[in-house]
Design a protein around this ligand. Structure first.
Ligand SMILES: *Cc1c(COP(=O)(O)O)cnc(C)c1O
Length: 354
């Protein structure tokens, strides 16, 4: 399929002249900055925050480029992946005309962002074993489908989508395939980011919220061909990642060996928790997971959910999501938290006998 980026972009975005902030109008080294109406006398708190942050987050992009073996021009730093999802829809989808395609059950933000932007959502459910139905996806996409969102490992099912299936869809589709890899660190699969050279219409989303343990910072990334990254930069709010966030992300990058270590611990805990959950009488199935959570099928999910809540343990009830009848989603916690969860579930199990 021929991929023409220009034809995909909404005409108003193609023509858009981005806001030029004081900090990107002048990029050199100066002695005195009187260009951005900041308060140079001081602020009520410490932290060197009186100046606006770098609008292009260039230090982070350079650091990440080195880690990923990409060029900085292939990396967009976002205010969480949720910002990138919203921007992609705004760049490519004409409200009330274009649509996006998703494969439920999957992450809820694709649909919410589409609804906010008044963009239609086409749904092609996964199979009953949560596999991607490649043929159904290919035939459901129509001339107004601009984006296909695939989540791998998928939330809430936990399984990964095979590389071949992703590439087959990207090849057949004239729009953009967005691969959300929020949980990639917990998986044995490698990122499809290494296919970016080959597939011009793939955008990979990753986040600092999961394996990096920095959900409170609100920083994510989009990896893709430089023309798409340029569009994301053009449409984003000028200062979408704050100064503190940028500083802390640079610290995290310098400390990144810890990320693989903690991810490995979580994977170990995940397998041990899965094994113990399987022994509970009311758990009918624990699905294979490549993420930091487990999807389980249970008898009376709402009752289990309530029972855990009464012990002040909160999990997620996914009963009612497509193909998720009876399902609960449980995030893998610390060894202690997991033990407490198991203790509470055994107590629930005993209560069923009487
Ligand atoms: C948690 C999650 C994200 C992360 O979103 P952020 O805005 O970066 O916190 C993205 N995609 C999926 C599928 C998720 O589960």
């Amino acid at each position: 399929m021929i991929f023409s980026l220009d034809a995909l972009v909404r005409p108003n975005i193609r023509k858009l002249a981005p806001y030029v902030s004081a900090r990107n109008a002048f990029a050199g080294h100066a002695r005195i900055f009187l260009d951005a109406n900041e308060n140079s006398i001081g602020s009520p708190i410490d932290g060197d925050l009186s100046r606006y942050p770098d609008p292009s987050q260039s230090e982070i992009s350079r650091g990440l480029a080195e880690i990923y073996g990409l060029s900085p021009s292939e990396i967009f730093v976002s205010h969480g992946s949720d910002e990138a999802i919203d921007l992609l829809i705004r760049i490519f989808c004409e409200p009330r005309i274009d649509n996006i395609l998703i494969c439920p059950p999957t992450y809820g933000m694709y649909e919410v962002s589409a609804a906010i932007n008044d963009v239609e959502v086409l749904r092609v459910n996964l199979t009953s074993e949560f596999e991607l139905d490649v043929e159904a996806v290919k035939s459901a996409a129509n001339e107004n489908t601009k984006l296909i969102f695939l989540c791998s490992p998928n939330n809430p099912t936990g399984n990964s989508i095979g590389r071949e299936a992703i590439l087959e869809i990207a090849e057949a589709f004239s729009g953009i395939v967005v691969i959300d890899e929020a949980y990639i660190h917990f998986s044995n699969e490698t990122s499809v980011a290494c296919e970016l050279d080959r597939s011009q219409n793939i955008v990979v989303l990753q986040t600092f919220s999961k394996a990096w343990g920095l959900a409170g910072l609100r920083v994510g990334l989009a990896l893709g061909n430089p023309k798409i990254i340029e569009l994301l930069n053009r449409v984003k709010l000028p200062y979408n990642v704050g100064r503190t966030e940028q500083k802390l992300i640079l610290e995290a990058l310098a400390n990144r060996t810890m990320v693989d270590e903690t991810a490995a611990k979580i994977v170990f805990e995940r397998e041990s928790l899965a094994e113990k959950l399987r022994r509970l009488s009311f758990i009918k199935r624990v699905y294979h997971s490549d993420a930091n959570f487990l999807l389980v099928k249970a008898t009376d999910p709402e009752k289990i959910y309530r029972s855990l809540l009464s012990e002040k343990i909160v999990i997620r009830n996914r009963d009612g999501d497509p193909l998720c009848d009876g399902c609960l989603r449980i995030t893998v916690g610390t060894p202690n938290e997991n033990n407490e969860l198991l203790r509470a579930l055994k107590k629930y199990e005993e209560s069923l006998v009487y």
